[in-house]
Design a protein around this ligand. Structure first.
Ligand code: NAP
Ligand code: HSE
Length: 428
C-alpha cells in the first residue's frame, strides 16, 4: 500500500487542525482509502515560529516549489489564504497534475471557474468544502444531495463574526461598536473587520453557494451587498418587539430561470428556523422544489471543524485516485446565468421613519406607497419620549425592488420625513 503524499500550504489555524486530524484518525482514514496518508511537506512563512503542535522541522519549508515541483506529492492542501499568489501556485500545481483541496473562499469566489476548468484540462480534482460554512458539509450536499432536485432558494448565515455581533446586540441590548470591540478581544473579529462586517466575506461564500445551487457561474459582482455596520440598537429593539430577529442573510433565489443573490441585514420572523441560529454558528437553509424546506447547521469556522471538511475532501481525492476517476466530475455550472432585474426582485420590507409629528403626515407617507403600488401590511406609530419627532414603522407586503426605490426617493423628497432611519428586507 503506497502512501499518499500530501503537501500542505499553510500551518495556521486550519493547517494545524489538518495535521491533528490526519494524525489522530490515521488508522480510520487508512481503512477508508486503503493507503496511509502522509503529510510530506508543509509550507510556512516563518520556519522558526513556535507552533502549537510538534512537527518534524524537516517537513517545514518556506519554498513553495519544494512542494509544487515534488513529483512524489499527489495532493496539495491549500490553507494559507490570499488570492493572487495562491491562484498562481494552484494553477502551476494543477498543470503538474496535482490534485487540490482548498478552504479558500476568496480564491474560489473570484477565480473558481478558471481553477476548475484548469483542473478538468489536467484531469485533476479541486475540492473546496471548507470554503463555505467551515464544518457544515454544504458544498457536497448541494452538488450531490440535491442533484435530483431544483433548488429555488438558499438562505445562509455564513459569517460567524457578524452573527455573533447581532446575537449579542439582540440578547444584551448592546451597541454595535461595543460588541465589535468585544468580538475583536475574543478573537472572533479581525483587527480589520471590514470584510466581515461589510458583508464581503458572506458575499464571497454566497457566490459559491449560488453557483452550485443554480448550476450557473455566479460572480461576486452579481451579489448585492450591504453589511451590518449601520444597524442600531433601536433597529434590534423594534425588530424584537415585532417578533423578528435581525440577521445578516445571504439570499439566493430563483424564479423560472432568473436568479438574484444578495447579502443584507434582514428581519427574520422568530418562527423561522434560521432566526434561532445564534452566536458564531452558521446555517444554510435550502428550499428545493421537490424536497421543500431543509436546513444545515453547525460551526462555520475554527481549527477542527474547518479541518474536518478539509480532510474529508482529502479522503474524497484519494478515493478518486484509487478508482482512477480524478477530474472526471460533470461540469457543475452548465446553465446560462440570467439575473433578475429590480422589477423581478420581490420581498417584504421594513422601514423606520422619523417624521414631523403633525396632522396629515401619515396620509402623505402612505400616499407615496400607494402611488408606486406598494401595498402595506402594517403601519405603527411609536411614542418615544426622547424624540420629539414621530417614529413610524412600516412593513410592506411583497414589493419589487424598483418600486421600493421609487418610494424611498419620494420619501426622501418630503419635507415632513426627517430621516429614513432604516430599510430592511423581511423574511418568514
Ligand atoms: P492563518 O492562521 O493565518 O494561517 C496561514 C498559514 O499560511 C500560516 O501558517 C502562514 O505561515 C502560512 N502562509 C501565509 N501566507 C504565506 C505565504 N505567502 N507563504 C508561505 N506561507 C504562508 O489562516 P487560517 O485561519 O488557517 O486560514 C487559512 C485559509 O482557510 C484561508 O483561506 C481562510 O479563509 C480559510 N478558512 C479559515 C477558517 C478558520 O476558521 N480560520 C474557516 C474557513 C476557511 P506562518 O505560520 O509561518 O505565519
Ligand atoms: N471570518 C469568517 C467568519 C471566518 O466570521 O465566519 C470563516 O470563514
Amino acid at each position: 500500500m503506497k502512501p499518499i503524499k500530501v503537501g500542505l500550504l499553510g500551518l495556521g489555524t486550519v493547517g494545524t487542525g489538518v495535521v491533528r486530524i490526519v494524525e489522530k484518525h490515521q488508522s480510520d482514514l487508512e481503512s477508508q482509502v486503503g493507503s496511509p496518508i502522509v503529510i510530506e511537506k508543509i509550507l510556512v512563512q516563518n520556519k522558526d515560529k513556535a507552533r502549537s503542535i510538534s512537527i518534524d522541522q524537516h517537513k517545514l519549508t518556506d519554498d513553495v516549489w519544494e512542494i509544487i515541483h515534488n513529483p512524489e506529492i499527489d495532493v496539495i492542501v491549500e490553507v494559507m489564504g490570499g488570492i493572487e499568489l495562491t491562484r498562481s501556485y494552484i494553477l502551476e500545481a494543477l498543470s503538474r497534475g496535482k490534485h487540490i483541496v482548498t478552504a479558500n473562499k476568496d480564491l474560489m469566489a473570484l477565480h473558481g471557474p478558471e481553477i476548475l476548468s484548469k483542473a478538468q484540462e489536467h484531469g485533476c480534482d479541486v475540492l473546496y468544502e471548507a470554503s463555505v460554512a467551515g464544518g457544515i458539509p454544504i458544498i457536497r450536499t448541494l452538488i450531490e444531495g440535491f442533484s435530483s432536485d431544483r433548488i429555488m432558494k438558499i438562505m445562509g448565515i455564513v459569517n460567524g463574526t457578524t452573527n455573533y455581533i447581532l446575537t449579542k446586540m439582540s440578547q444584551e441590548g448592546a451597541d454595535y461598536s461595543e460588541v465589535l470591540k468585544e468580538a475583536q478581544a475574543l478573537g472572533y473579529a479581525e483587527a480589520d473587520p471590514t470584510s466581515d462586517v461589510e458583508g464581503l466575506d458572506a458575499a464571497r461564500k454566497m457566490t459559491i453557494l449560488a453557483t452550485l445551487g443554480f448550476r450557473a457561474n455566479v460572480a461576486l459582482e452579481d451579489v448585492d451587498v450591504k453589511g451590518i455596520s449601520a444597524i442600531s440598537r433601536e433597529d434590534i429593539l423594534y425588530a424584537k418587539r415585532l417578533g423578528y430577529e435581525v440577521k445578516l442573510l445571504g439570499i439566493a433565489e430563483r424564479q423560472d430561470d432568473y436568479i438574484s443573490v444578495s447579502v443584507q441585514p434582514t428581519m427574520v420572523k422568530r418562527s423561522h428556523p434560521i432566526a434561532s441560529v445564534n452566536g458564531v454558528f452558521n446555517a444554510v437553509y435550502v428550499y428545493g422544489e421537490a424536497v421543500g424546506e431543509t436546513m444545515f447547521y453547525g460551526p462555520g469556522a475554527g481549527e477542527l471543524p474547518t479541518a474536518t471538511s478539509v480532510v474529508a475532501d482529502l479522503v474524497a481525492v484519494v478515493k478518486n485516485l484509487k478508482l482512477g476517476v480524478n477530474g472526471k466530475q460533470e461540469k457543475i455550472a452548465y446553465k446560462e446565468k440570467k439575473l433578475k432585474t429590480d422589477e423581478q426582485i420581490a420581498s417584504k420590507y421594513y422601514l423606520l421613519l422619523h417624521v414631523a409629528d403633525r396632522a396629515g403626515v401619515l396620509a402623505r407617507i402612505t400616499q407615496a406607497f400607494a402611488e408606486f403600488e406598494v401595498s402595506l401590511e402594517s403601519v405603527l406609530q411609536q411614542p418615544n419620549p426622547s424624540n420629539p419627532e414621530a417614529e413610524i414603522i412600516i412593513i410592506t407586503h411583497d414589493a419589487n425592488k424598483a418600486s421600493m426605490k421609487k418610494v424611498l426617493n419620494s420619501l426622501e423628497d418630503m419635507e415632513v420625513v426627517k430621516t429614513i432611519k432604516s430599510v430592511y428586507r423581511v423574511e418568514g
